[in-house]
Design a protein around this ligand. Structure first.
Ligand code: ANZ
Ligand code: ZN
Length: 731
């Protein structure tokens, strides 16, 4: 048999590379198509079999678009800053720069061996100073527009990595990376004001084509709620305590108040509080817990009454006690609540435990048993009696506003983005601190501010950045007054470089701007973005925010960067569970390419099932895919069935196949497209003769999935050059 996949795959890969077959041109006369895959972190483990799944999916569309005459941009790069290289450096003393370069070289070789039609002339490496120069530049613009600021914040602090984490990096109360407990710690941090974009990040979801569950995840993460802020007088003083509530209509049932352990009320009334020691002890205990633990529903409620002060319910004018309890979070709303135990489950548990008053204000339910959280007519509520939910809400808010004791308020769960990392392997934050001038950005003409070569990457014990140990780097002069100044020693999070890389691909070597405005206009937005579902609330929100900002400043031409977004499912081990080294069920794509060829790997991964579904690996499936490719090759190249005259016997199945493949590719339904091509091949085997143009049409469509063997068949069918820019078959 003459089909030697090793030889063929090398032959075509070399040719594509030599001729730059897939390099995008800036040809404005053609319609453009921009396909983006989530660029990989170049880990020491190399490519995972999961990578080729989304990459092949997008490669198929990119190849189809070329056949349809589009100007196609399909780039690749590396998201190469981050912890693993740094942790490896700490262990082995090998500089992250060396590890990263080695890993990128390995990834590149692997990616090329699978035959993706990437434009290799545009590779991005987020750790390249020529790239992060612009990451730093964007940070400075954000700073100049008040969107980056320094604040002392209780941050999520990982006790293992000794580093501050964004909310998105804390999963179930532990560090996403190392699994150690995450505690709260006060630290001066750079913050990005993503909250300013909260509403737009919700609204603009209406303009994009994402899977509905991704939109829902984003909406929930941003967490918009509508309610009111209400001021409660502190009895015998002119001071007030403000709460945020989504149920101002239940105000008549507010029988006590609760402040978060960090609330400033405690400090302010310290002289009046008669049990301050007890409260301080409680604060200490609370500081050791994560927000997650504190917010957990079914956890035993704890708290201490603040003795010596009382609040006054503004509608009943009754004095009510104020408690401190850690189920109220300092980071949400005003950090204080009015408790309505009759109608809020957490308040009910707390009130029952501590013997506090429970007054029902909604009809229905039995508060001697549990909180009634359903809908009902208002009772025990003065001027709200007899009203339903919406009516009562509006009426009470009007009353609060008329009497200046409260106002309508929209709240978001989204927090500003902690942008500082006390780590070495990241972009230096381009700011210096001068005693006279405060924080001053590094002048733009001095960018990139290059990460210094150091030998000691260990984070400081108290969570300082490793850079804080390098006085020679820290000491500088103030760009503003020329006096002595000190550099910021924190670095940016790994999210920084990935928040705008899709813009840089468009003009990756530009040294005057992040990208040429004309080119941005031609290429943006990304037409299709495929990545893993784990980034629905991290990377996707961040990059949408940066793009939003750059849009406002007239730097990018589109409001939303990603027109359509799709998430691939996971490839599980042969035993149906997540692949992991410890379970010994990891499949290495190199082994598959070596034993069966890249075309087989690609075909198999597309045939496994719908792209979105998680599927177990199957060795028999791989073998079957290889056999089928051989079957196609034998028929089209080695049989003598191809003819120049059409006997009509395959007309129907051919045209049905073109129609189905054309449509299925569009819907990312690759498994069903492949099934249809299999049907055609079966029919063709049965037929007396196969009309050659039909064979060619199938080869073109199949070339998107199995490009090497199809290039070879195209050549054997008597054509010169690549199949990549031929015309897509029509039915
Ligand atoms: C009174 C009330 C009565 C409430 C009732 C709910 C039901 P969402 O919807 O998530 O925005 N709350 C406010 N600030 C809080 C904080 N910092 N920590 C913990 N809980 C807080 O939640 C808003 C509701 O959560 C608010 O409305 C408040 O309790 C509580 F029948 O006020 B509610
Ligand atoms: Zn100065």
């Amino acid at each position: 048999m003459a089909y030697n996949f090793k030889e063929i795959e090398k032959k075509w890969q070399n040719k594509w590379e030599k001729e730059g077959t897939f390099n995008a041109s800036n040809d404005y006369t053609k319609k453009k198509w921009y396909g983006l895959i989530e660029f990989p972190y170049p880990s020491g483990q190399g490519l995972h079999v999961g990578h080729p799944r989304s990459y092949t999916a997008l490669d198929i569309i990119a190849r189809k678009r070329r056949l349809q005459g589009y100007n196609v941009l399909f780039p690749i790069g590396f998201d190469a800053f981050g912890l693993p290289a740094e942790n490896y450096a700490i262990k082995t003393n090998v500089h992250p720069k060396i590890t990263t370069a080695k890993n990128i070289a390995h990834f590149t070789e692997q990616l090329k061996s699978v035959g993706f039609s990437f434009d290799w002339s545009r590779v991005i490496d987020t750790t390249d100073p020529e790239y992060y120069k612009w990451t730093q530049w964007i940070f400075i613009q954000l700073y100049k527009h008040g969107l980056a600021y320094k604040a002392t914040m209780p941050i999520n602090f990982c006790t293992g990595c000794k580093v501050g984490l964004a909310n998105e990096e804390v999963v179930n109360g532990v560090c996403e990376r190392c699994g150690s407990p995450v505690v709260q710690k006060e630290k001066s941090q750079w913050m990005l004001r993503i909250t300013k974009y909260a509403q737009r990040l919700i609204d603009d979801l209406d303009d994009v084509d994402y899977l509905e569950k991704i939109k829902t995840q984003q909406r929930n993460w941003i967490g918009r709620s509508e309610g009111a802020e209400v001021k409660f007088k502190i009895a015998g003083t002119d001071e007030t305590l403000t709460v945020y509530t989504t149920r101002p209509d239940t105000l008549f049932g507010a029988t006590y108040m609760v402040v978060a352990p960090e609330h400033k009320l405690i400090e302010e009334f310290a002289s009046k509080i008669t049990n301050l020691d007890e409260i301080k002890e409680y604060q200490k205990q609370a500081a050791l817990k994560s927000d997650f633990e504190r917010g957990e529903m079914n956890k035993d409620k704890t708290g201490v009454e603040i003795k010596g002060i009382k609040a006054i319910n503004p509608l009943t004018n009754k004095e009510i006690p104020i408690w401190v309890a850690d189920y109220v979070l300092s980071s949400y709303g005003t950090g204080a609540i009015m408790a309505v135990p009759a109608h809020d489950t957490r308040d009910y548990e707390f009130a029952t435990k501590f013997g506090l008053n429970i007054i029902p204000v909604l009809e229905g339910g039995d508060v001697s048993k549990e909180a009634f959280t359903g809908d009902g007519v208002h009772i025990n509520s003065g001027f709200l009696n007899g009203l339903g939910l919406e009516e009562a809400k509006n009426k009470v808010i009007k009353y609060l506003e008329d009497n200046k004791i409260g106002e309508r308020k929209v709240n978001y769960k989204l927090r500003d983005w902690v942008f500082s990392r006390q780590r070495y392997w990241g972009e230096p934050i381009p700011m210096v601190h001068c005693d006279k001038c405060g924080w001053v950005p590094v002048p733009e003409n001095e960018l990139p501010l290059v990460l210094p070569d150091v030998k000691d990457y260990e984070p400081g014990e108290n969570g300082e950045s490793p850079l804080a140990k390098h006085e020679e780097w820290i000491n500088t002069t103030c760009p503003c007054c020329g006096g002595k100044a000190r550099r910021e020693t924190d670095t940016m999070p790994q999210w920084a470089g990935s928040s705008w890389y899709f813009l840089r691909y468009i003009d990756p070597h530009n040294d005057k701007a992040i990208a040429d405005p004309e080119l941005l206009k031609h290429w943006m937005p990304v037409d299709l973005y495929v990545g893993g579902p784990e980034h629905a609330v991290g990377h996707l929100l961040y990059s949408r925010m940066w793009n939003n900002y750059l849009y406002d400043k007239g730097i990018v031409p589109v409001k939303e960067p990603f027109k359509k977004l799709y998430h691939q499912g996971m490839i599980l081990g042969p035993n149906g569970v997540k692949m992991s080294k410890s379970k010994g069920n990891v499949i290495n794509p190199d082994d598959i390419v070596e034993a069966y060829g890249a075309d087989t790997l690609r075909l198999y991964e597309m045939f496994m099932g719908p792209l979105e579904a998680s599927k177990p690996w199957s060795e028999t499936g791989v073998e079957g895919s290889k056999k089928w490719l051989e079957r196609v090759y034998r028929l089209f190249v080695e049989s003598d069935k191809l003819t120049d005259t059409n006997d009509g016997s395959l007309d129907f199945v051919y045209h049905s196949t073109v129609k189905k493949v054309t449509e299925d590719y569009e819907n990312l339904g690759f498994n069903t497209a492949i099934s249809q091509m299999m049907i055609f091949i079966n029919e063709a085997y049965k037929a007396k003769a196969v009309y050659k143009p039909y064979a060619e049409g199938i080869v073109k469509m199949l070339s998107c999935i199995a490009p090497h063997i199809c290039e070879e068949m195209w050549e054997k069918l008597g054509h010169e050059g690549t199949i990549a820019y031929e015309a897509w078959p029509i039915y």
